[in-house]
Design a protein around this ligand. Structure first.
Ligand code: FMN
Length: 162
């Protein structure tokens, strides 16, 4: 309620082709290396699922067959939920970068995952393949802001040696 800016970070699975092409055309060399071109020509198929999930279903069968040969397979989206998860992972990492950058520039932020997603989508008129992942409140630190000391859980709760 007090932040000067609210930034909504949106995961989008409708820009896979567009961004793959951009990664080739804007690669910071006069020519993108062949390996880069190959990667970005292939990658859209990895995350797209196609109309009526046709591509997703095709990949599901192909991957099942390939598993029989004990092959290591790349991450892939077999349905729109997989694609949403992939885009959300990426967007969440971008959110972390954003709050760290804000701090580095002297601002404070509060990332919030607890919001009414359908309502936010409606306000921003988001399309079907556009998912709000995080709302980040940002601005100058208020002198009367609410701050608590940070605390840590035992590291053994999170780190497992195998
Ligand atoms: C993924 C994630 C989701 C969060 N969602 C909310 C939220 O919905 N509402 C909220 O008040 N704080 C939320 N927080 C907590 C704040 O962003 C912030 O991390 C917390 O107030 C601790 O701040 P500090 O790390 O600067 O001490 C979330 C934090 C994370 C990492």
């Amino acid at each position: 309620t007090t932040a000067s800016e609210l930034i909504v970070c949106v995961a989008r699975t409708d820009r896979i082709d567009e961004m793959a092409k951009k990664n080739i055309s804007e690669f910071p060399f006069p020519q993108a290396p062949d390996a880069v071109k190959k990667y970005y020509r292939f990658i859209p198929y990895n995350y797209k699922t196609g109309y009526f999930n046709a591509l997703g279903n095709f990949k599901k069968v192909a991957f099942k067959m390939a598993r029989q040969f004990n092959k290591q397979l790349p991450v892939s989206a077999f349905n729109p939920a997989d694609a949403k998860l992939w885009a959300s992972k990426t967007t969440a990492l971008a959110c972390e970068n954003l709050v760290l950058a804000l701090r580095a520039h002297g601002f404070d932020s509060c990332m919030m995952e607890g919001f009414d997603e359908p309502l936010v989508s409606q306000i921003l008129a988001l399309g079907e393949q556009q998912y709000p992942v995080m709302v980040i409140a940002a601005g100058e630190r208020a002198t009367d802001g609410v701050f608590f000391p940070q605390y840590r859980f035992d590291r053994d709760l999170f780190i497992q040696k195998v």
